[in-house]
Design a protein around this ligand. Structure first.
Ligand SMILES: [Zn+2]
Length: 135
C-alpha cells in the first residue's frame, strides 16, 4: 500500500508528538472524553494532523456521547481509506487518512443514531486539526 505522503518512522517521530505518533502511526486510541474535539461545535474543517488533508466537516459532526469526536460521513469518500481490523477479538473497520496512511479511528454502522447515514466515524481528536471557518 503506498500513499501520496510517505515518510520514514524517524521522520514521523520527529514531526509528531509521542502521543500523536502513537495514535497516527501505531493505530493507538486516545482515552475517551479527554480529546480536545470531543464536544467541539466550532464551524470548520478537520484536517489530518499528520499531513493536513481535509477529512471531515463540522457539518457532519454529531453528539454520539461515546467519548470521541463522531461524524456521520467524511468530507469526501476518497479522503479516507477503510481497512478491516480484527484485533481486539471483533471485526471493526479502521479509518485511515488516504493521503498519508495515518490512523484516524474506526467507523461503525447500524447503531441507530439519528443521522443521515447511520454511520459513526469514531475519530481520535489527536489525529485531527480543526481549521475554524472565518468570516
Ligand atoms: Zn494524513
Amino acid at each position: 500500500m503506498t500513499y501520496e505522503i510517505e515518510k520514514s518512522d524517524a521522520e514521523w517521530r520527529a514531526e509528531l508528538s509521542p502521543e500523536e505518533y502513537h495514535v497516527l502511526r501505531e493505530a493507538g486510541t486516545e482515552r475517551p472524553f479527554v480529546g480536545e474535539y470531543t464536544d467541539t461545535k466550532t464551524v470548520g474543517v478537520y484536517g489530518c494532523r499528520a499531513c493536513g488533508a481535509e477529512l471531515f466537516s463540522s457539518e457532519t459532526k454529531f453528539d454520539s456521547h461515546c467519548g470521541w469526536p463522531s461524524y456521520y460521513a467524511p468530507l469526501a469518500g476518497d479522503r479516507v481509506q477503510y481497512i478491516e481490523d480484527v484485533t481486539m477479538g471483533m471485526r471493526r473497520v479502521e479509518v485511515r487518512c488516504a493521503r498519508c496512511g495515518g490512523h484516524l479511528g474506526h467507523v461503525f454502522e447500524g447503531e441507530g443514531y439519528d443521522t443521515p447515514t447511520d454511520q459513526r466515524y469514531c475519530i481520535n481528536s489527536i489525529s485531527l486539526t480543526l481549521k475554524p471557518t472565518t468570516g
